[in-house]
Design a protein around this ligand. Structure first.
Ligand code: IVH
Length: 681
């Protein structure tokens, strides 16, 4: 070799080594420690430079190079991979009682209480990874527990699986067990891309992961951000951790990710608390879990307990309620929302899923029904995760009998009969009739709903009853409801009437961004509403601004501005605003100074009221122009006396302050003339 070439090769070799070290370092920061030091672009730049050098000098290429995570040869089929020892599954318990029974068996087996480690049970795909003298040599699926599939080329592409362990002194053999999965955010992104490309969507992160892991072309796997956590040893040579806690520490030390929510639990009470907490936080994690795993910590204890042919006796899975179930799709009907969107929904044979029984699930839109390929009469997989609306995930075509039929989107609005329109290029079909009863109801429900005016006790049912009886027609009418009117509704008696009245009175003082959001203007979501409220400070000022002025607000653009302008230009909107104003609903950032028949009156409340809370009583008084103070003085107009009043009652008598019992107070709120102060005491 020419000496110039030699020199170049030597320089290249030095640079290649430097790049590999830096890439491994940054991979570790990013994928294991979750604390990147450089941007993705800078990272890609390092990888590209390394790739270029390896291409120019193929003799420098090694199988453990970080560039080898991507690409590789497409395997025709996966070769069998025999695990060093059997990968057992976990036995399940489903409630606290079964958990205690398992613990009792452990205690009986050991003759004493062990300490445990708890961790989330990741709903992913089990893998076994082998490092020989620190180099990744094999990645395999679990298979039947003894023999899995060799998916090394794909496992190599997973960023959290280092191709080389981060230790100067690696064990001669390290065979570890882990769970690969897609984080929810990555899964959502993947499905969004598939949807945009018109491809069928993936049912859930677990299926998606399984599919990616078994891809024949590893570059497909490489292009997807699969994550991994390791949770056990299959075989180790050279080191011998004495507990599961030590195992986790060892894995972390050599650069293998373990679950950040793994937690030692010294007692069964701690285990129970862990399980309860994990179930409560189930949907706040980055990935799906289907339970918690409880493991006896000391390996000597675990060995003493041993295993059955299928399950270890030293570990148990505490399963949370399943979030996917199979049921029958009885029918597909459509509903009309507040924006007129006509949405197909599934009528299901009731099924228990995610801890509740569901009989309906959303199907989003007609295209989605097509894309999912569900037929009326199909057996379908349904899903309900946390607060998320239940949805039909996919049909199970193998269970078809032949009498299933396709869903046809109706041409007319099922509520008002107006022909449905579907603008070119939009997925959503709409009823264009703004007066469609379904839209009117939808607008009221949205207005009174959470995030908007938040009027408790005014849900869909009540709103529908009020509309049916012509007691309201627009959101503003809510603020004019009287007690006798509310009393006409089924189930509304004394206490319920007061509750609703109180909730309505309280809503008058909501910040204006909530009111603005409550109007349900197209494109004006909660954050746009907040931006507009902050910028203009009052509904009137927004209404008086041009589209350009509105569009100039940070976080608001032409589309939102156009929609807002169109809303405020409607004569109905002017009427609505006037009506709200007259009712004393706050229309600017400053607290409206409400006025009513209690103007300037000062109240003190003592004891417990039966019909409403202290807070609610205060809101009601304030909404009518009155004031509530804590200290009784000569300036107090009324002392409201509930059950078990304190010393204030005596004091009021001494000061000559009028007292009102609860009935008199409620009558006063309702607008009856207060009895002359003297008579009331
Ligand atoms: S320990 C012998 N820990 O759940 C015990 N498994 O239903 C080995 N899994 O096949 C398993 N998260 O793939 C363990 N933190 C965790 C886990 C976990 C998920 C999977 C694992 C196993 C399955 C059993």
């Amino acid at each position: 070799m020419h000496s110039a070439e030699e020199a170049e090769l030597a320089t290249a070799k030095g640079r290649v080594e430097e790049l590999r070290a830096r890439i491994e370092h940054h991979s570790h920061r990013y994928y294991v420690l979750d604390a990147p030091e450089i941007s993705d672009a800078e990272f890609d730049q390092l990888l590209r430079e390394l790739g270029t050098l390896e291409q120019r000098h193929p003799e420098l290429l090694t199988p453990d190079s970080p560039t080898q995570r991507v690409g590789g040869v497409a395997a025709a089929r996966f070769a069998p991979a025999k695990h060093s020892s059997r990968l057992l599954s976990l036995d399940n318990v489903f409630d606290g009682e079964e958990l205690s029974a398992w613990h009792d068996r452990v205690v009986k087996g050991l003759g004493r209480e062990p300490s445990y480690v708890c961790e989330p049970k990741i709903d992913g795909v089990s893998v076994a990874v082998v490092y020989e003298r620190g180099i990744l040599i094999r990645g395999a699926t679990r298979g039947d527990g003894d023999v899995g599939e060799d998916v090394t080329a794909n496992v190599r592409t997973i960023r959290g699986v280092p191709t080389r362990l981060r230790t100067a002194d690696p064990p001669a053999w390290l065979e570890v067990r882990g769970e690969v999965f897609l984080r929810l955010a990555d899964f959502a992104r993947l499905n969004k891309e598939l949807g945009e490309a018109g491809k069928p969507l993936l049912a859930n992160p677990r299926n998606a992961t399984a599919g990616l892991l078994r891809q024949k072309d590893p570059s497909v796997t490489a292009a997807r951000p699969i994550s991994v956590y390791f949770h056990g040893l299959i075989r180790i040579e050279g080191r011998a951790p004495a507990s599961y806690s030590e195992t986790l520490a060892l894995l972390r030390e050599v650069g293998l990710r373990t679950h950040p929510e793994s937690k030692p639990c010294a007692t069964m009470d701690e285990v129970r608390a862990y399980v309860t907490d994990m179930e409560a936080r189930r949907h706040a994690l980055e990935h799906e879990i289907d339970g918690a795993v409880i493991k006896v910590d000391r390996l000597a204890d675990a060995n003493e307990l041993g295993a059955t042919s299928k399950f270890p006796r030293w570990a148990i899975a505490y399963k949370f309620p399943a979030e996917e179930q199979t049921t029958k799709l009885l029918d597909i009907q459509v509903s009309v929302g507040r924006t007129g969107a006509v949405t197909p929904f599934a009528v299901l044979d009731p099924v228990r899923v995610g801890g509740v029984t569901i009989s309906m699930a959303t199907l989003h839109n007609a295209e989605e029904v097509e894309r999912k390929g569900v037929l009326i009469g199909d057996s379908v997989v349904v899903r309900r995760a946390g607060e998320v609306i239940p949805e039909v995930v996919a049909p199970i075509p193998s269970l078809r009998k032949g009498d299933e039929r396709r869903f046809v989107m109706p041409t007319d609005c099922p509520v008002c009969g107006t022909p449905i329109v579907r603008p070119e290029g939009e997925a959503v079909a709409r009823c264009p009739n703004l007066q469609c009863p379904a839209q009117v109801l939808g607008r009221i429900v949205h207005f009174a709903g959470r995030g908007a005016m938040d009027i408790e006790h005014l849900g869909e049912r009540t709103a529908a009853e009020l509309l049916d009886r012509n007691l309201i027609a627009t959101p503003a009418d809510i603020f004019y409801l009287t007690a006798p009117q509310i009393g006409q509704l089924p189930g509304f008696k004394d206490r319920a009437i007061t509750n609703l009245e109180t909730a309505i009175a309280e809503a008058k003082n909501r910040p204006i961004d909530r009111l603005l959001y409550g109007f349900g203007i197209r494109h004006v979501g909660a954050s746009a509403a907040r931006a507009l409220a902050d910028a203009f400070g009052s509904i009137d000022r927004i209404a008086a601004s041009s589209a350009e002025e509105i569009a100039a607000v940070d976080g608001v653009g032409d589309v939102i501005a156009g929609a807002a302008r169109a809303f405020f230009d409607r004569p109905e909107t002017r009427e609505l605003l006037e009506k709200l104003r007259r009712a004393g609903v706050r229309l600017d950032e400053q607290r409206a100074t409400p006025s009513g028949h209690l103007d300037g009156k000062t109240f003190v409340i003592t004891g417990t009221l039966a019909a409403l809370s202290r807070e609610a009583a205060k809101s009601r008084i304030e909404a009518l122009g009155g004031k509530v103070t804590s200290g009784l003085s000569g300036k107090t107009d009324y002392l409201v006396v509930g059950e078990s009043p304190g010393t204030k009652l005596d004091k009021a008598t001494k000061l000559g302050v009028a007292t009102l019992d609860e009935a008199a107070f409620l009558a006063l709120l309702a607008g009856d003339q207060p009895a002359a102060a003297d008579d009331a005491s």
